[in-house]
Design a protein around this ligand. Structure first.
Ligand code: MGD
Ligand code: MGD
Ligand code: SF4
Ligand code: MO
Length: 852
């Protein structure tokens, strides 16, 4: 039976409609859901049951509950036990219903019958049995083992749960490949760079909004996106009565619209603006003495342009303040920064003094807008350094690290036991993303090559450098859509001989696959767990199958490796199977898993056991046994203790908060030494302009523009729609219907916001169809003339522009016709090289707009 893509979708639609009595997929889905047969009661009240699970619509990772009526999920709310989201979800929580009941979901395994690969090429998928699918994958993998080249296997992951250990660590490492490539650097690694090279914390911060007196939101919109959304929606209103809120963003975000101050900076000038604020705070004597210390005689010597003698100042919890002042801060006056950033000097002064007056109860909320730029590592440090001088680090109302979650870790000794000689040797080879090469330091957590550079993987693949990738497995990822410079991914994926995609929908990545395996929708149909934090509480929350899976699907992270391991064992390679059944035996009974489903449950029990077995104090909720864990669905920590890292407990080289980063100096020196060059050469190869000591302090770097001012006069601003469930809600009709919740946006269209001044300049009227072109590519969308963007910039939300995924996401799926334009086609390929990150912010993407 040969089914073309269009027919396949038609079939799917009929099957989907039958299963749902036509509810999902229509624009009035909400009513249709409410009138589902049976139940009779009001949604959420009964008859029916609230069942706990976790929403993965974004990295807030809310503990959630789903109301199930007659076996069907009908409503979502926060887990009532949760202190992380106060038992609430954001508007996107509800969109998940249209993901699980999406009529375009994949229902059966499929194989490609068209050997040609490329964008718009019909893969000619045909349905196959699970057995055929898994046998084919096992055969391809055994070819690599037999040829003694297991490194040519590559596993790519996008979104995940913490059960990723099984597919992401155990599978490739026991098989013998170094290539487990995560999506982390497409996400926000450059942000972690800012907190790591100042306070030694390679993670996102928690913000103590309930107690802040000043909230400086920088390069994010935390009521609409970022990582503590329901908590912020609840708290920002109250905060406005008590605190000053200021937003630094070239675009009028939802938060900026509610704030007392909007600082619409020129994209990519964050370092200058942050330094100028530091300059004002220091020269005005407004730094926090308890955290930073003071001049020996109490007389402030921070005078604009004047050097200070280091021995005159005694620091307390910090290191290198005077060095930093002398190197850069002394010269970055508000007047100078105003010229660079476009933010008026008096506003810089007002905001800086306002924060100093509220210190230390100031939340400096640093988001990817300040960090995920081509030269964003130092702007991230600069913004976070403000929290340092204000003494708000780990302090009341400030930015916090997090409480510990005592879950079990992967048993790496056991993993090693099952690695044979080939696996041991080859899993240590260089990885396909080339992390750690001279021009790509990726000094995550202080180590050269210590993180990932997802968007450099296509270069490795295309150039077969360090070797060819022959078998690729991707799960819950769509890099060909989600990474800037999409054409590079299209070429790279076309060049791989055998690709498998573990997915719910035929998204863009799927279109390059040879085998497609339908997977459970996370949140509704699988087991897993996540770790999250907000409001001073860390949480561990379970994902559970709250409904019977709608289709015959498998769990990507656990069932796939188990089923594959069985097939590899049949072919004479049993290490993976033996490792899995030993590692994930039932921690209560010792029973070995006999089926893939059983292993999912046992693995979840293994990881979460310390939270419910009663053996040790968890410093959080007391949970009595596994059944209670399942029925509650989550565990909360005790409240995070302020000042946990004060007193020389920061994980930096000096154990202090570093304004002059000895930690970064050491990391750069390590990388330089590895390549037998000096640090200046590392800077140069990494696209940075800093030389000498400047490389060790937060400072301003000019932005790296792609495209001349003449040909591409406008800078492109990318942001996440409030309705993006990362890349996964865009086949949901509600996504398009409710797009007007984004400031300046309208429903049903892909709109580009342009300032009236620019609109007049380029002859564009509200509602015009326009072509947008950059050095990376071009596409069509609708112009919306709006004052909420800085003149000289245009902004468009990320998420639209799919040419695959389903019938709602595309203009015509069968013809690969795009609905709107993908921002990642417009944003040229570029990296932030010190952290390995995708550069999507900071305006390196210059564009021109033409009316069509
Ligand atoms: N321009 C621009 N680009 C961005 C961003 C941006 O703001 N602007 N954001 C970036 C960020 S922060 C991130 S984290 C990345 C995310 O990017 P990715 O890691 O690539 O993840 P998604 O785009 O969410 O794609 C997930 C894919 O998994 C499949 N899928 C959907 N649901 C499920 C499921 O439940 N199970 C399984 N197995 N598969 C599923 C679908 O094929 C879907 O396309 O995107 C980045 N890309
Ligand atoms: N609604 C929603 N929320 C989400 C997600 C989602 O998909 N949808 N995904 C989650 C994920 S995976 C992540 S990683 C987080 C983080 O995701 P966000 O915090 O949303 O980060 P970005 O999407 O990078 O947003 C960039 C912001 O920076 C601004 N910006 C662009 N250039 C500049 C610049 O040069 N300087 C400054 N100061 N600002 C600039 C943009 O206008 C935008 O407001 O969000 C999570 N929350
Ligand atoms: S989409 Fe994000 S903030 Fe909204 S409910 Fe889900 S996890 Fe929470
Ligand atoms: Mo992300």
């Amino acid at each position: 039976m040969r089914i073309k893509r269009r027919d396949f979708l038609k079939l799917s639609a009929i099957a989907g409609a039958a299963a749902l009595s036509g509810c999902a997929g229509s624009d009035s889905g909400m009513n249709a859901l409410a009138s589902g047969k049976g139940g009779g009661g009001k949604i959420g009240e009964g008859p029916g049951e609230w069942r706990p699970t976790t929403c993965q619509g974004c990295t807030t990772w809310c503990p959630a509950e789903v109301f199930v009526q007659d076996g069907r999920a009908v409503k979502v709310q926060g887990n009532r036990h949760s202190k992380q989201n106060d038992g609430k979800v954001c508007p996107r929580g509800h969109l998940s219903l249209q993901q699980v009941y999406d009529p375009d979901r994949l229902k059966v395994p499929m194989k490609r019958t068209n050997p040609n690969k490329g964008r718009g090429v019909d893969p000619m998928f045909v349905p196959i049995s699970w057995d055929e699918a898994l046998n084919t994958i096992a055969d391809k993998m055994m070819e690599l083992r037999n040829a003694k080249e297991p490194e040519k296997f590559c596993l790519m992951r996008g979104r995940y749960t913490y059960m990723r250990d099984v597919i992401y660590d155990v599978l490739p490492k026991v098989f013998g490949s170094p290539n487990n490539i995560s999506h982390s650097s497409t996400c926000a690694e450059a942000e972690k760079f800012g907190s790591f090279y100042t306070e030694g914390y390679w993670d996102y911060r928690d913000y103590d909004l309930s107690n802040s007196k000043y909230i400086l939101i920088w390069g994010c919109d935390p009521v609409a996106s970022n990582r503590m959304i329901p908590a912020t929606i609840k708290r920002l209103g109250d905060a406005l009565d008590r605190a000053t809120v200021a937003a630094v963003d070239p675009r009028l975000t939802t938060s900026a619209a509610k704030a007392s101050e909007w600082l619409p900076l020129i994209p990519g000038t964050d370092g200058a603006l942050a330094l100028a604020m530091a300059h004002v705070i220091l020269s005005d004597g407004g730094w926090n003495k308890e955290f930073v210390g003071d001049f020996k005689d109490g007389v402030n010597r921070f005078k604009p342009g004047r050097k200070v003698n280091e021995t005159d100042f005694v620091e307390k919890e910090t290191y290198g303040l005077v060095k930093w002042w002398n190197l850069v801060v002394k010269d970055m006056t508000p007047q100078k920064a105003a010229k660079i950033s476009g933010v008026p000097a008096d506003q810089i002064i007002r905001v800086a003094k306002g924060m100093a007056a509220a210190a230390p109860n100031v939340a400096v909320w640093m988001g990817p807008g300040a960090a995920m730029q081509a030269r964003g590592a130092y702007s991230a440090m600069s913004v976070h350094a403000l929290a340092g001088i204000l003494g708000s680090v780990d302090n009341v109302g400030g930015s916090l690290q997090t409480a510990k979650i005592p879950a079990n870790k992967l048993d790496s000794d056991l993993l090693k036991k099952y690695q044979d000689e080939l696996a041991k040797k080859h899993s240590k080879l260089e990885k396909i993303d080339q992390r750690g090469r001279l021009e790509l330091p990726v000094i995550a957590s202080g180590k050269s090559g210590g993180g990932v550079s997802t968007n450099n993987a296509p270069n490795g693949i295309l150039n077969k450098d360090p070797y060819e990738i022959k078998v690729l497995v991707g799960y819950m990822n769509n890099f060909v859509f989600s990474s800037n410079g999409t054409d590079r991914w299209e070429r790279a994926l076309s060049s791989i001989p055998f690709t498998v995609h573990l997915t719910t929908n035929a998204s863009e990545f799927t279109m390059f696959a040879d085998i497609v395996l339908p997977c459970s929708v996370s949140m509704y149909e699988r087991y897993g767990y996540i770790k999250t934090k907000a409001n001073r509480y860390a949480a561990l929350s379970l994902l559970q199958p709250v409904i019977k899976p709608v289709w015959d699907v498998i769990e990507d992270e656990t069932e796939f490796p188990f089923l594959l391991a069985e097939k590899l064992k049949e072919r004479g390679f049993s290490n993976l199977y033996d490792c899995l059944v030993e590692m994930y035996s039932d921690p209560e009974t010792g029973d070995k898993p006999k089926t893939s489903k059983e292993m999912s449950v046992f693995a979840l029990k293994y990881y979460t056991k310390p939270l419910w077995d009663g053996e040790k104090d968890t410093h959080g909720d007391k949970i009595n046994g596994w059944q209670e864990m399942l029925s509650r669905g989550m565990w909360n920590s005790e409240a995070y203790k302020y000042k946990s890292h004060w007193g020389g407990k920061f994980a930096t080289e000096t154990t202090k908060f570093e304004f002059y980063s000895e930690t970064l100096k050491k990391a750069l020196a390590g990388h330089a030494e590895k390549h037998k060059v000096d640090i200046d050469t590392v800077m140069e190869k990494s696209n940075y302009t800093a030389r000498g000591e400047l490389a060790f302090v937060p400072h301003h770097e000019p932005s790296l523009r792609h495209g001349s001012k003449k040909d591409f006069p406008l800078l492109f601003i990318d942001y996440k729609s409030r309705l993006n469930r990362e890349g996964r809600s865009q086949n949901s009709p509600w996504y398009y219907e409710f797009k007007h919740v984004d400031p300046g946006d309208v429903g049903g269209q892909d709109t580009l916001r342009i300032h009236p001044v620019d609109a007049a300049k380029y002859g564009i009227k509200d509602g015009d169809k326009v072509k947008i072109t950059s050095m990376g590519g071009s596409g069509e969308c609708i112009a919306r003339v709006w004052e909420g963007v800085r003149p000289g910039t245009v902004s468009k939300s990320y998420g639209q522009g799919h040419w695959a995924y389903g019938r709602t996401a595309t203009a015509d799926f069968g013809k690969s016709a795009t609905r709107g334009v993908n921002n990642n086609t417009i944003i040229p390929w570029e990296l932030e090289r010190l952290s390995g990150s995708n550069a999507r912010n900071g305006g390196h993407a210059a564009v021109r707009i033409e009316k069509i």
